[in-house]
Design a protein around this ligand. Structure first.
Ligand code: GLA
Length: 399
């Protein structure tokens, strides 16, 4: 699908175009060329949802939508940040006490600056201009992209390259402390470590990565944004995490990664229905993720699709993090089915709105997208936003 195929699929700047625009906006605002330009991508998770904080496996790819930051040193003792998409300017402390305040887009940057400072790496004053083509709050990790872009900028600025795992963990901590979201490690690892044309199988316990090629040009990743966001997200996410931790305790395991269905049988009554279903999701999702990797390696796309639908059902019924709009998008995709070019579809990211991810036959992408847009609009009155992506390159310095 060409990115400007329909009114609901607005064309998106390429990374090169975005960088060029950011560079000239920086020049206009600060009267000089930026010394550094960095980029960090959002991600889409193909399968392995709500498993990262349970020590399980996830299988994301970076998407070719980026946060780009241009910056130069200044004579001030603070950082002046221009959020060009939101038309806001914010001043951040780069030294002294950096305590979390009210959460805004600048909190993610502040959290990363604080993380570097905690390691003894103090930034001097700088001017920066930030733009993003990662849809905000849609389950595609716009916040992780912002954190990782900031970390990449500080690496360039301070001439200190962090170990990639340390960098991802520093960004995760920024999100915990400065945005108050107890997220797992998937999003920040994806933005740092993903590579072009590959999915990243991440073992969230050992934090080791295996790259799984997804370079078959006959298969395309299609992302559908429901364009709804139910405000439950923050609280429900933390609650799911707490439920998993409590269930692991009852099962006598370090995390649900170690739980088995046999163990669940033994404590079934004590676990009760809700915990029982949460655990069933996590155990089965970890297995599905590994099965998906095997199927992708053999190009068994029907099997991949079956696993994606099963993942969605489990998130909908057992983990209860889906919503009507996401269910509808997946149902429409499933009704189109393989004859119309859809292998599989599921919600992606934290849930309660945001996006679905589908695997489709490349030659059918336009017609699949058009049908989804039409049927979703008919049923909800909401225009969804659809776009395709190839697995993209992780964070890097441009200038
Ligand atoms: C959010 C979190 C991730 C992960 C997903 C669900 O994106 O930031 O760490 O838990 O939800 O898989």
């Amino acid at each position: 699908m060409s990115e400007d195929a329909t009114a609901s699929s607005p064309s998106c700047l390429s990374l090169a175009e975005l960088c060029a625009e950011v560079e000239s906006q920086f020049q206009e605002r600060f009267g000089q060329a930026p010394q550094w330009i960095v980029a960090a991508p959002g991600r889409v998770n193909l399968i392995g949802e709500h498993t990262d904080y349970n020590g399980g496996f996830v299988l994301p790819a970076a998407i070719d939508r980026y946060v780009v930051i241009a910056a130069s040193p200044s004579d001030e003792e603070t950082a002046r940040l221009v959020g060009a998409d939101v038309g806001e300017e914010v001043v951040l402390h780069v030294r002294g006490s950096m305590e979390p305040g009210q959460v805004t887009w600048a909190s993610y940057l502040q959290g990363v600056v604080a993380g570097f400072a905690a390691r003894g790496c103090y930034a001097s004053g700088f001017n920066a201009l930030v733009r993003s083509t990662v849809p905000l709050g849609s389950g595609l990790s716009s916040s992780a992209a912002l954190e990782v872009a900031t970390a990449t900028l500080l690496e360039a600025m301070l001439e200190c390259e962090l170990d990639p795992v340390e960098k991802a963990l520093l960004c995760q901590q920024a999100e915990h402390k400065f945005a108050g979201v107890p997220c797992g490690i998937m999003d920040q690892f994806s933005s740092v470590l993903c590579q072009q044309d590959t999915l990243m199988l991440l073992d969230c316990r050992s934090q080791s990565v295996e790259l799984v090629p997804l370079d078959d040009t006959d298969v395309t990743i299609l992302i559908a944004n429901s364009n709804v966001k139910h405000e439950l997200t923050g609280g429900e996410y933390a609650r799911r995490r707490a439920e998993c931790e409590a269930a692991a305790k009852m099962l006598g395991v370090r995390s649900l990664r170690d739980a088995t269905f046999d163990q669940v049988e033994v404590v079934r009554t004590a676990l009760g229905s809700t915990y029982g279903r949460r655990v069933r999701h996590v155990i089965s999702e970890i297995a599905r993720t590994l099965d998906t990797v095997a199927a992708i390696r053999d190009s068994r796309w029907q099997d991949v699709g079956r696993l994606m639908y099963a993942s969605h059902e489990s998130l909908r019924d057992d983990y209860e993090v889906s919503c009507d709009e996401l269910n509808l998008l997946v149902d429409i995709a499933q009704q189109l089915g393989e004859t119309e070019g859809v292998f599989g579809s599921r919600m992606t990211g934290g849930g309660f709105g945001g996006c679905t991810v589908s695997l489709v036959k490349t030659s059918s992408t336009d017609s699949v997208a058009a049908s989804i847009i039409e049927r979703y609009f008919q049923r909800t009155g909401i225009q969804p936003t659809l776009f395709t992506t190839r697995p993209a390159r992780g964070a890097h310095r441009i200038k």
